[in-house]
Design a binder for this molecule. Sequence first.
Ligand SMILES: Cc1cc2nc3c(=O)[nH]c(=O)nc-3n(C[C@H](O)[C@H](O)[C@H](O)COP(=O)(O)O)c2cc1C
Length: 227
Amino acid sequence: MPTILHINASPRYANSESLRLAWHFIDAVQVAGPENIELRTLDLFDDGALPDFGRTAAAAKMAVFSGGEQTPEQITAWESARDVFDQFAAADAYVFNIPMWNAGVPYVLKQWIDIVTQPGWSFGFDPEKGYRGLMEGKQALAIHTSGVYAPGVPAAFGSDFSSTFFADWLNFVGIEDATHVRFAPTVLNGDVDGTRKVVEAGLSESAIGFAGKLSALGTLQLVNDRA
Ligand SMILES: Cc1cc2nc3c(=O)[nH]c(=O)nc-3n(C[C@H](O)[C@H](O)[C@H](O)COP(=O)(O)O)c2cc1C
């Protein structure tokens, strides 16, 4: 069954512009795609949504990197991280909605990235060739919103290290089939509704291709299940 994991990085729920657009996109994919799409949602700001990734987990990671033994405490932290990664790896496609926070991504999204981006899980490393993403054959759509910043604004209106960081990370873990959609500015904008409509129309377009790939995947999964 083709699975979409929707990762919501806004805490503003009913007021969230990026979440509203994510729902618009997912609805359009569900209309255009196969009937049996499974949708899972991770609300990153929910209490307990993510385990800590601090002193113990970082030591567990460095033990993996250096080939050392993990302590029992580190094993527990590593297993908690692995559960989050397993949810990520189990999906075929991703929808991310990402508000810009202080020119970057909201800290919970960075926390999630720090949890799932582990050697041997989402990336490999070769001392001669460097890094290699392991999340192959997946597709992603990322929605970026910002209140003031928009491409081409003077420097005094801010910078974008959010979409650039996130696009780089997707590529780092091997998700090369990625579409980035921007709704900006959402606050300093005399026609928010008009701008949103244009973005929604673009998302409806993108949903057709996204859904088509999920349909093809569903057929492939069916053939493999029967074989
Ligand atoms: C903590 C915080 C920091 C923000 N930092 C920026 C920023 O650096 N640049 C900007 O243009 N907008 C910034 N904004 C505005 C949001 O990016 C904007 O309102 C966006 O549409 C929020 O998306 P959402 O409605 O999905 O939460 C910030 C908002 C918050 C709450």
